[in-house]
Design a binder for this molecule. Structure first.
Ligand code: WTA
Length: 644
C-alpha cells in the first residue's frame, strides 16, 4: 500500500494566499450559519442591473431551487464589459493551436468586439432570447465567443463535445429543439482532422427546425454547403456593428443546457441559470485557484464539458483573468507539449485531469524535466479520483515539490467546485478532495439513508441547496426529481461514494451507480448497451467498468449473440464501430466478451454486481449467488474472462 504523506501548507504559500485556515473556517461557518449575510457580500462581487430581493427559495422534494430572486444581470456584462474600464488591453484569452507554431492573444477589448458582432449576427438570423443554440466546435476562441454571444442576447447554449458522433449530436439538437448550430469546417487534434461540418450535415438530416448553421473556417477542408442554411462565420460577423447591448436577464433565466450521462436512459440536459451559476463559477475560481491579477491560468478541459464552461470561460472571465485555450492534445508533437505550452505562455496555474497525468507518467520524467515550468504556482486536478501515485508524481515531477495541488470534486449538475482544498488554508493529503467549499454541506448516508457522523464511508449527498445547483433536466423536470432527489428524500444524491476521515476530509471513491468515468468522460452503461443491441447479431448486452491504469475505468462489454450467430473478430469490430457511430469513439468498449448467456435472477434481472466482479477480476468474493437462475453461467463467464 502506498503510504499517504500529509503536505502542510507552506509558509510562503500561506503568506500570499487569499485565505488561511482560520479564515476558511470562519467564512465556511458564516456561509452555513448566516447564508444571507455571506451571500449578500459575495454576490456584490458581480454587477447587477437590478438588485435581488430574496436570497433563495429551494425545495429538494420538488427539485426546486432559485437564488438571488428578482435580480437582473447579464453574464457577458460581468465577464467582459465591466472589465473594459480597467483592463481593456489585458489579454482575456490566449489561444494555443494544435500546431505549436500557432497561437493568438485576444484582449478584453477584442473579446467585446467579437462577442458583440456574433451576438448581432445571431439576432440577424432570428435568434432571440430563450432560443436554443447548439455549439459543436473545436477548441478555438470562436467556441468561447459563441457561448458568450448567446449569453449576451439571452439565447440558451447547448455545447456538444466535438467527439460526439452525428447521431449523438442529432439527439441533443432535437431534445433541446435548437434552431441554430455553430460549428467549424473541421477540427484539428494531434494533426488529425475531425469532420465537424460533415457530422453536422448528417445530424441535421433529421432536424428540420435548424434554420442556420454558422461555420468557422478552421482548416479550409473540403465540405458540403447548403446555401439556404449555411453561412461562413466570418461573413456573418463582418458587416455587423461591434456593439450589442447586454440583455438584462433574470437571475433564474436559463444560461445553458449541457448533456450528461446518468445511470439510466438517454443523456440528460442539465439546465443551469444565470445568477447562481455565474456567482458559483466566479467565486470558486477566485478562491480555489487563489487567482491573482495578471496571472496566466490554463485549464486543459474541452469546452464541451462542464469544466470547460465553468473554468475556461465563465469563472476566469468573470474574474478578469487571462485564460488559456488549447486546441491540441498532450502527446502532439510529443509528450512534452503541456510543459512546453506552460513555458511558452508562462502559465502560473494549471488545471488538468488525472487521466492525462497517468498517461504522461508512463513516459517517465525526461519529457517533463527538459522544460522549466518555473512559472507554475498552483496545480489542479478534476474529473475523477486521483490515485496517490499520480498525485505525488504531479506534485514532485511537474510541480517540482513547490506547487500545491487542488483536487476539485464537483459535477455537471453542481455547476461549480464543491469540495476542494484552498491553497493557503488546507493541508493536502494525496487522493483527498479535502473539505467543502463555502455554502456546501456534504453528508455521507448509510444504506438506510441515515447521516453518518464522524469518520466513515457512505453515499455522498448534499444537504442544502447551493447557488450553482442544477435547476432542471431540460424538458423533463420529473426526471430531475427521480434522479437526484428521490433515492434519499431531503438530499441531493450525487451518485458518488465517499469516505470521511478523522480530519473531516472527503475521499471520493467513485460512482455508486451505473455511470462510468472513462478518461474523465462520463458514460452511462445503459447508453453503450443500447448501442450494442442495435446490431442484428446481438441478443443482449451488459456493460460494466473495470480499473484501467490510464483511463481510470475501462469499458467491459458482455455480449450475447443471437441464436445461430458465430462470434468473430470481425463482428466484434462491427460492434465497436456501432458504439462509435451511436455515441462517439471515446465510448468504445475496451474489452468485449462473448457471453453465451448472462447471469440472471430467477425473475430475469441481470446480476450486474457479478459481472462487475468478473470484469474487475475479483473472483474471491462474488457475493450472494443463491438467487441466480443458473450458476453454471457464471463459471463459464469466469473461464472466458479477459482481464486476468
Ligand atoms: C467524478 C466533472 C473524484 C465524480 C467536473 C463525479 C471526481 C463525476 C472528481 C462528475 C474528483 C469529478 N475526485 N471524482 N476530484 N471530480 N469526479 O459531470 O464521479 O463530467 O460524480 O463533472 O466525476 O463528472 P462530470
Amino acid at each position: 500500500m502506498f503510504a499517504i504523506e500529509r503536505h502542510p501548507v507552506s509558509d510562503s504559500v500561506r503568506a500570499q494566499a487569499l485565505v488561511n485556515n482560520e479564515q476558511y473556517q470562519q467564512l465556511y461557518q458564516r456561509s452555513i450559519n448566516d447564508p444571507d449575510g455571506f451571500w449578500r457580500e459575495q454576490a456584490a462581487s458581480l454587477d447587477w442591473f437590478a438588485p435581488w430581493h430574496t436570497l433563495t427559495e429551494s425545495n429538494f422534494q420538488e427539485g426546486q431551487a432559485a437564488w438571488f430572486i428578482g435580480g437582473k444581470l447579464n453574464v457577458t456584462h460581468n465577464c467582459i464589459d465591466r472589465h473594459l474600464a480597467t483592463r481593456a488591453d489585458q489579454v482575456a484569452i490566449i489561444w494555443e493551436g494544435d500546431d505549436p507554431h500557432e497561437s493568438a492573444h485576444i484582449t478584453y477589448r477584442q473579446l467585446h468586439d467579437k462577442v458583440c458582432r456574433l451576438a448581432n449576427a445571431l439576432k440577424a438570423r432570428g435568434v432571440e432570447k430563450g432560443h436554443r443554440v447548439c455549439i459543436y466546435m473545436p477548441m478555438v476562441p470562436e467556441a468561447a465567443y459563441a457561448m458568450l454571444a448567446c449569453a449576451r442576447i439571452g439565447a440558451i447554449h447547448s455545447v456538444v463535445f466535438g467527439g460526439f458522433s452525428p447521431d449523438a449530436l442529432r439527439d441533443r439538437i432535437l431534445d433541446a429543439d435548437c434552431t441554430c448550430v455553430i460549428t467549424a469546417d473541421e477540427g484539428l487534434r494531434g494533426a488529425k482532422r475531425i469532420p465537424l461540418k460533415n457530422n453536422v450535415d448528417q445530424a441535421l438530416k433529421d432536424c428540420p427546425n435548424v434554420h442556420t448553421t454558422l461555420v468557422v473556417q478552421r482548416t479550409e477542408g473540403d465540405i458540403a454547403w447548403h446555401a439556404e442554411r449555411d453561412i461562413w462565420y466570418h461573413d456573418a460577423v463582418r458587416a455587423m456593428p461591434s456593439n450589442c447591448p447586454a440583455e438584462p436577464m433574470d437571475s433564474e433565466d436559463p444560461l445553458f443546457i449541457l448533456y450528461t450521462s446518468g445511470s439510466t436512459g438517454t443523456p440528460k440536459g442539465v439546465l443551469h441559470t444565470t445568477g447562481g451559476y455565474l456567482l458559483g463559477a466566479s467565486l470558486t475560481f477566485k478562491y480555489v485557484f487563489d487567482y491573482k491579477d495578471g496571472e496566466i491560468y490554463w485549464c486543459t478541459a474541452d469546452v464541451g464539458w462542464i469544466t470547460g464552461h465553468s473554468y475556461i470561460v465563465y469563472g476566469p472571465l468573470a474574474n478578469g483573468a487571462t485564460t488559456l485555450m488549447f486546441e491540441g492534445v498532450p502527446n502532439y508533437p510529443d509528450t512534452s507539449r503541456f510543459w512546453q505550452v506552460i513555458d511558452k505562455h508562462q502559465v502560473n496555474i494549471f488545471y488538468t485531469a488525472p487521466t492525462a497525468i497517468r498517461a504522461l507518467m508512463r513516459d517517465g520524467e525526461a519529457p517533463v524535466k527538459k522544460t522549466s515550468r518555473a512559472s507554475l504556482r498552483l496545480l489542479g486536478s478534476v474529473g475523477e479520483p486521483i490515485n496517490p501515485e499520480a498525485w505525488e508524481w504531479y506534485y514532485h515531477v511537474v510541480g517540482d515539490t513547490r506547487c500545491p495541488i487542488v483536487d476539485t470534486w464537483w459535477q455537471t449538475e453542481t455547476g461549480a467546485i464543491m469540495i476542494s482544498p484552498l491553497p493557503g488554508a488546507t493541508d493536502l493529503k494525496p487522493g483527498s478532495a479535502t473539505r467543502p467549499f463555502f455554502g456546501v454541506q456534504p453528508v455521507l448516508l448509510d444504506e438506510q439513508g441515515q447521516e453518518i457522523d464522524g469518520a466513515g464511508s457512505g453515499v455522498l449527498a448534499i444537504k442544502a441547496s447551493w447557488p450553482s445547483q442544477i435547476r432542471s433536466v431540460y424538458g423533463d423536470h420529473q426526471r430531475l426529481i427521480d434522479t437526484y432527489f428521490s433515492a434519499y428524500p431531503g438530499y441531493y444524491f450525487t451518485g458518488d461514494g465517499a469516505r470521511r476521515d478523522e480530519d473531516g476530509y472527503y475521499w471520493i471513491t467513485g460512482r455508486v451507480d451505473d455511470v462510468l468515468n472513462v478518461s474523465g468522460h462520463r458514460i452511462g452503461t445503459a447508453e453503450v448497451e443500447s448501442a450494442l443491441v442495435l446490431h442484428d447479431a446481438v441478443a443482449e448486452a451488459a456493460v460494466v467498468g473495470y480499473p484501467h491504469d490510464v483511463k481510470g475505468q475501462g469499458i467491459y462489454a458482455y455480449v450475447t449473440p443471437m441464436a445461430g450467430i458465430e462470434p468473430s473478430a470481425a463482428l466484434e469490430d462491427e460492434l465497436r464501430q456501432l458504439v462509435s457511430k451511436e455515441i462517439g469513439s471515446f465510448a468504445k468498449p475496451d474489452l468485449l466478451q462473448w457471453a453465451p448467456a448472462l447471469p440472471k435472477t430467477r425473475s430475469g434481472k441481470i446480476m450486474r454486481r457479478i459481472l462487475r466482479k468478473i470484469a474487475c477480476n475479483e473472483l474471491d468474493n462474488l457475493g450472494d449467488t443463491s438467487t441466480l437462475a443458473d450458476e453454471g453461467v457464471v463459471n463459464s463467464l469466469i473461464d472466458a474472462r479477459h482481464n486476468r
